[in-house]
Design a protein around this ligand. Structure first.
Ligand SMILES: [Mg+2]
Length: 432
């Protein structure tokens, strides 16, 4: 029996439900429905015009329905009369194949057919900026190495602890909050979980952080590189695969601590990395974070190369301990559902084809990268990444209808960007 949302509304005092879905570009779209209407909406879904959001649809298409997943219900801790629900997209009685949450569920089902469950943890970095977005909000936050700055962290005590209190109330098991490596930048960590649970939480986290920042007269941004001289917003993802209660990445007897299965999974991610970048680094701005010159703090903390290592933060993949790997590629603009879906698609290919991740490089890649040859580099811009995705047999086969839909809309975004005449062009070419 599915959970009865109308009954839950009565029991918990929920007056309105926010029926929410995440479109291809990561934007969250929602209808606010009174509890009196939730019974019908639980069955049929809330109606939307799909073309009006970032989905591959036309104005002539029939209604798009967002059917809420009752298991995803989150009662807003700061406004308990509202219940947030993640919705799955349907049209004409069929699941919309390129709907991001549907894409993730399809990949999780592929893993489940092999007896595998993906678990993920995400590190969603963000900046607190002035309401107009032009500058960081704290004028006193000026250290050149501001990471873990106690004073700057505590000046934001009210907003950071309000967000953390919400996570505690929701049972997410948050365990630490800090000031990150850029002025005005913060990170809040909660416990890893099943990949779909984490994806829903990541979507909700972004909404929660933005909402509570607004309440405190601030603006939160997850933009990949809002300030060119400062470290950007990463979204590092920790990945492990499980069979029941057993973490199948672990092998205490191996050199890296990872099992052969874990190495093959990483081999798959490395094999498809350039195409993955189109999804994990989804905006024009994303490429100003990866491949970037050194920032004021001394390092970008973002990868430049498709390499893996042990407990070393200068590569795309870090294996801090043998129970998981950390993929450091994605940024704050990443779609919470497409990130684990695409990584799982690449990883399953690694398992099926026994992909070799190549040598573990125990060097400082920022300084000694030139000493190793044959290392793949990451795409330099969104167009290169989209072309790599278009050329990825693995990702196209695994992700099905997502890839053509995504490429079509993102190519449009690139074309829109390219049509802009920048001040830089004027400065460098006016007197040519
Ligand atoms: Mg961080």
């Amino acid at each position: 029996m599915p959970l009865d949302l109308a009954a839950i509304a009565k029991e918990k005092g929920i007056k309105y439900f926010l029926i929410s879905y995440t479109d291809l570009f990561g934007n969250q779209r929602a209808k606010l429905a009174p509890a009196s209407a939730i019974g019908g909406m639980q069955k049929a879904g809330a109606g939307f015009a799909g073309f009006a959001t970032w989905l591959d649809m036309s104005p002539a298409d029939p209604d798009l329905f967002g059917r809420p997943d009752p298991e995803s219900l989150i009662q807003l801790p700061w406004k308990p009369e509202v219940g947030w629900l993640a919705a799955d997209l349907w049209m004409d009685g069929k699941l919309v194949e390129h709907g991001p949450r549907n894409v993730l569920k399809a990949q999780l089902a592929r893993a489940a057919a092999l007896g595998l469950q993906m678990k993920t943890g995400v590190e969603c970095e963000f900046f607190l900026v002035a309401p107009d977005g032009s500058a960081i909000a704290d004028g006193a936050d000026t250290q050149s190495k501001p990471c873990y700055d106690q004073q700057a962290l505590m000046r934001r005590y009210d907003v950071i602890t309000e967000i953390c209190d919400c996570m505690l109330a929701l049972g997410w098991a948050p365990y630490q909050n800090d000031h990150e490596d850029a002025n005005g930048q913060f990170e809040m960590n909660w416990l890893y979980d099943d990949a779909l649970v984490t994806a829903d939480r990541q979507a909700f986290f972004k909404y929660m952080v933005k909402s509570l920042a607004e309440k405190h007269g601030l603006r939160a941004t997850f933009m990949p590189k809002p300030f060119v001289h400062l470290t950007g917003n990463g979204c590092h993802m920790h990945v492990s695969m499980w069979k029941g209660a057993a973490n199948v990445f672990e092998d205490a007897g191996s050199e890296s601590g990872l099992s052969q299965l874990g190495l093959n999974f990483i081999g798959g991610v490395i094999h498809s990395a350039d195409g993955l970048a189109a999804i994990l680094n989804p905006t024009v701005n994303s490429y100003k974070r990866i491949n970037a010159p050194r920032t004021n703090s001394g390092a970008t903390w973002a990868p430049n190369t498709v390499t893996w290592t042990g407990n070393n933060r200068t590569h795309m993949i870090r294996v801090p301990e043998g129970d998981r790997f950390e993929l450091r590629l994605a940024d704050g603009a990443v779609n919470p559902y497409l990130m684990p879906a695409a990584v799982l698609a690449a990883g399953l290919d690694g398992l099926e084809n026994k992909r070799d991740p190549g040598p573990r490089l125990d060097i400082n890649m920022y300084i000694e990268g030139h000493t190793v040859s044959g290392v793949k580099t990451l795409p330099l811009n969104l167009l290169d990444a989209l072309r790599a995705l278009d050329g990825s047999v693995v990702l196209k086969q695994a992700l099905g209808a997502l890839v053509p839909a995504y490429l079509k809309l993102k190519q449009g975004e690139w074309n829109d960007f390219s049509s802009h005449l920048t001040q830089w062009e004027r400065q460098t070419s006016l007197d040519c």
